[in-house]
Design a protein around this ligand. Structure first.
Ligand code: ZN
Length: 528
């Protein structure tokens, strides 16, 4: 047998958490065909010497947001060049399908380069087919967003769903699950997801469970109400007897630092009682979201245009201003405007990289007025980066055995239309291996690789990915453990990492020496 590709003599970290072993790994017809002790010679069309490198499964980004950006950046450079070979999108309650025409028009108006996207995703099936037809470098699966379902059925109404509306959401969800959605996601700080009572989420999660899928939640608060919000997520899995993934786990805001020790204890207790709950995390002390998330939930009802109208009405604007001045109970965020940096502002590129407080000083307005003026002018398209976490919390969460790594970022390439995004899109995976394994020693190499590969694969029931084992798809990364490093920073976030030599996806070399080959071997992954 002549192999398509042989990577010879690398330190192989298998993704299951086992200590590395030196081995030859061969690829044939897209799959791993050989894992053998070095010594014997094998014939291959191409042989790569892995002697001073680590070879491991390609990284699985279990929490991504490339739902639309993959059309603009099908090469997925920001992820691919870190070694990501599979991404799961549709997170935080928002998926690109199923959209109705009004939602599509809204998404289009807020998308930096709308002409790149084919649009028209009334069904998840059609959306995945469009991605496949477009051609993508990385494998991509997605959840169905609860907020997307809710908006499609009842707009952005601030009330519980009627039984009829809930049944319609359920039918749309089941259609998407049958088309291969990985699960149901919720985003309970965002409109319209924030208007849903727990019973609505339990009902829909139960449908996902009946299809053997996951419930993934951006919980109702990550600051002042962190513990109640974690309890709500766990309760879904306990009541409906299915798997729960708590997204990007953190404690936001100085007064809340340290609370993750209590929430991790809650997870341990639930797991000891048989509740299947796991978590993910990105390795930074800053988060990123829409500026509108800092506004009260009621003010966001009816969508962005309704919010902008409320801001034009002086008495309603005053009410919104007063509520934003207080920490928002809904979002649990303590809004310290000197810690919130504007990341993407299409109408004011010159403000990107500055804090809200700096903008308020520049414009001689109160910081809250500066925020309301920005939302009034730009709608829902302003992205911010919020320095709200403690490094000790990040490390404590990372060490927990039920925590895996997800970027919470998008597949991007350097492009001024996207402003200064959070560096997690370019750096998450390399940062775990460079900073938290090599420099700080929070995790062993094998434990980290497990959190980047085998653990998310198991969580997503991807039985033939996330491991270096014969028969698995040949999604592989070869990197230099002494050199791998994220170079993306908050000031200069669109920089690709160092130390990643080779990325193989479905047996095809997709990047080599830090450069994409141009191949688009990724598949749309449909859960079955
Ligand atoms: Zn989220």
């Amino acid at each position: 047998m002549t192999l398509d590709l042989l990577i010879a003599g690398a330190r192989v970290v298998d993704g299951a958490g086992n200590p590395w072993v030196r081995a030859d790994v061969g690829v044939e017809s897209g799959r791993i065909a050989l894992v053998a002790r070095p010594g014997k010679s094998h014939s291959a069309r191409r042989t790569i010497d892995g002697a001073d490198r680590v070879l491991c499964p390609g990284f699985i980004d279990i929490h991504g947001h490339s739902d639309l950006s993959l059309f603009s950046f099908p090469q997925a450079q920001s992820k691919l060049l870190q070694g990501v070979t599979t991404e799961v999108g549709g997170n935080c309650g928002w998926s690109a399908a199923p959209m109705n025409p009004e939602m599509e028009a809204q998404a289009r108006s807020e998308y930096p380069r709308p002409d790149d996207v084919p649009w028209g995703f009334q069904s998840l099936d059609r959306y995945l087919a469009a991605l496949e037809q477009h051609g993508i470098a990385v494998n991509y699966g997605c959840h169905v967003g609860h907020g997307t379902l809710r908006e499609a059925v009842m707009g952005s109404a601030d009330r519980p769903a009627t039984p009829f509306e809930l049944a319609r959401m359920g039918r749309m969800l089941e259609e998407a699950l049958e088309a291969g959605a990985m699960g149901l996601s919720s985003g309970l700080i965002y409109a319209p997801g924030c208007y849903a009572p727990p019973s609505e989420l339990e009902h829909l999660a139960a449908l996902a469970y009946r299809h053997g899928r996951l419930y993934a939640s951006h919980i109702r608060g990550e600051g002042d109400m962190l513990e109640q919000a974690v309890a709500e997520a766990i309760a879904v899995g306990r009541r409906e007897r299915g798997p729960v993934q708590i997204a990007h786990h953190k404690a936001s805001g100085g007064p809340n630092w340290g609370k993750v020790s209590r929430t991790l204890a809650m997870v341990d207790e639930a797991r000891s009682q048989g509740v299947d709950v796991t978590l993910d995390q990105y390795p930074y002390t800053a988060s990123s979201t829409d500026l509108t998330a800092y506004l009260p939930a009621w003010a966001r009802a009816g969508g962005t245009r309704a919010l902008q109208e409320r801001l034009r009405d002086p008495s309603t604007r005053t009410r919104i201003r007063e509520e934003v001045r207080r920490p928002i109970a809904d979002a649990g965020e303590t809004a310290d405007w000197s810690l919130i940096v504007l990341a993407c502002v299409r109408g004011r590129r010159d403000w990107e990289g500055r804090t809200v407080r700096e903008i308020s000083e520049l414009t001689a307005t109160d910081p809250v007025d500066a925020v309301l003026d920005l939302v009034g002018a730009e709608g829902g398209a302003v992205q911010v980066v919020h320095f709200g976490m403690a490094e000790d919390d990040v490390r404590l969460v990372m060490r927990h055995p039920a925590v895996m790594i997800g970027s919470d970022g998008s597949s991007l390439a350097p492009d001024p239309a996207w402003g200064k995004p959070h560096p997690r899109s370019y750096g998450t995976f390399a940062r775990v291996l460079g900073c938290y394994v090599r420099e700080v020693g929070v995790l062993s190499l094998e434990a980290a690789v497990h959190k980047l590969t085998g653990l998310p694969a198991a969580r997503l029931a991807l039985t033939d990915r996330g491991r270096v084992a014969p028969g698995c798809w040949a999604d592989l990364v070869l990197f230099d453990p002494a050199a791998i490093q994220a170079t993306a920073t908050f000031g200069d976030p669109c920089r690709h990492p160092a130390g990643v030599d080779l990325v193989v996806i479905n047996g095809v070399i997709a990047a080599e020496d830090g450069v994409p080959t141009g191949a688009r071997p990724g598949k749309a992954l449909r859960a079955i």
